[in-house]
Design a binder for this molecule. Structure first.
Ligand SMILES: [Cu+2]
Length: 386
């Protein structure tokens, strides 16, 4: 009686609680899990497809065994029951049965292990990758470094993008990709073999994208690798799947698979973004720092025309050695280098403020040049852009 009452108040409490939380229309997460998803996510790599097929195959084998075993069992129980007058057999040790129940399961295991091993071996073959990305697990975000292939040198951190209020405040409507969205997704080209090298900074994490059939632990002090070749353009989502601390649920993975052309555009943009970040135009440099950096910029960009010795090519490219613009007021040279002049290309979209300041400072102090205004800071170039 007492129990029944307590149960009643419990259910009442639960329904009140349910009523207090506004009902939210939950929708599929594109590239992630779907509402009431029963099966695996649609595979977009051959490995994921093989895993999917293996899963179905083994499910069918299990089902057949289940039906066969329980069929025989229930048939025996019903047909051979005592009330029908059935007498139990009293035989001991049947060699035939013993051989059968050893050989048949053995064959079943072999039948399952063979295709599974083939897939596991293929999963481990990270050779001949087009692109290598190092993934570093951290409490609680992912770091990505493009080590080899197009985009080499790109590196960024990827953080959860879902606002925290959605986690802590049940009354706020949740995003469609709630807890499966990041500020900086990984971008990879379609149909290219991408090798993922995993490691971690603090504790063990695991990098997982179900649609790729990829799951690899990221272990501090160790390097592990895996790979995928995504065959369909799209956005795919995963999560850290190794319990790694209090924000384990808040370090999702987002991979954008794009066309080769889009990948090139992304690489260019990312490189520019990184260069811009690395060179704060408001930083003040010493003249030696600028000259040193400027020499590199000059060799890479200007020497083809103006020559390494600054003498130019008579009739085609003017010498910068002894040039009045290079030895005159800074503003004019900044203007020429930024905007170009006749056959002289404009550099404002190619070089950043620091690079332009450096190369100008370099030319003003090289060869026989001894400009009065001998140093240009990035801030002046930035101002010259306006
Ligand atoms: Cu983790």
């Amino acid at each position: 009686m007492k129990h029944a009452k307590r149960l009643q108040s419990l259910t009442l409490g639960a329904s009140l609680l349910a009523a207090a939380i506004p009902s939210q229309a939950v929708v599929d997460s594109p590239g992630g899990p779907a509402v009431r998803q029963m099966n695996f996510q649609p595979p977009v790599t051959q490995i994921a497809e093989q895993i999917y097929d293996l899963h179905i195959l083994m499910l069918i084998i299990c089902l057949v065994i289940f039906v066969a075993v329980f069929g025989v069992m229930f048939y025996s129980i019903l047909k051979h029951r005592k009330s029908l007058g059935h007498k139990a057999s009293t035989f001991h040790e049947s060699t035939t049965v013993e051989i059968a129940w050893t050989v048949v399961p053995f064959l079943i295991v072999i039948g399952m292990a063979l295709p599974a091993t083939k897939t596991v071996v293929a999963m481990k073959d990270t050779s001949n990758a087009d692109l290598t990305i190092k993934v570093t697990g951290m409490q609680w975000k992912w770091g990505y470094d493009y080590l080899k292939g197009e985009g080499e040198g790109i590196s960024f951190l990827s953080n959860l993008a879902t606002p925290r209020e959605q986690v802590t405040d049940a009354s706020i409507k949740k995003n469609d990709n709630y807890l499966l969205e990041v500020d900086n997704p990984v971008v990879v080209p379609v149909n290219k073999k991408v090798r993922i090298v995993t490691t971690a900074n603090d504790v063990i994490h695991s990098w997982t994208v179900p649609a790729f059939g990829v799951k690899q632990d990221a272990i501090p002090g160790f390097v592990r690798d895996t790979w995928f070749r995504a065959e369909k353009i799209g956005t795919y989502r995963g999560q850290c799947v190794e319990l790694c601390g209090k924000d384990h649920a808040f370090m999702p993975i987002v991979v954008n698979v794009v066309s080769e052309a889009d990948y090139k555009t992304w690489v260019d943009g990312k490189k520019k973004e990184m260069a811009a970040k690395a060179d704060d135009p408001n930083k003040t440099w010493t003249i030696d720092e600028l000259k040193q950096r400027g020499e590199k910029v000059y060799t890479a960009n200007c020497a083809v025309c103006h020559q390494a010795n600054g003498k130019g090519v008579p009739g085609a490219f003017p010498p910068l050695d002894g040039d009045p613009v290079v030895n005159g007021p800074r503003a004019q040279q900044i203007h020429v280098v930024l905007n170009g002049k006749n056959a002289m290309p404009a550099w404002k979209t190619v070089l950043n403020d620091t690079e332009i300041a450096a190369v100008i400072t370099y030319t003003r102090n090289s060869w026989s040049n001894k400009a009065q205004e001998n140093i240009v800071q990035p801030a002046e170039v930035l101002a010259g852009r306006k």
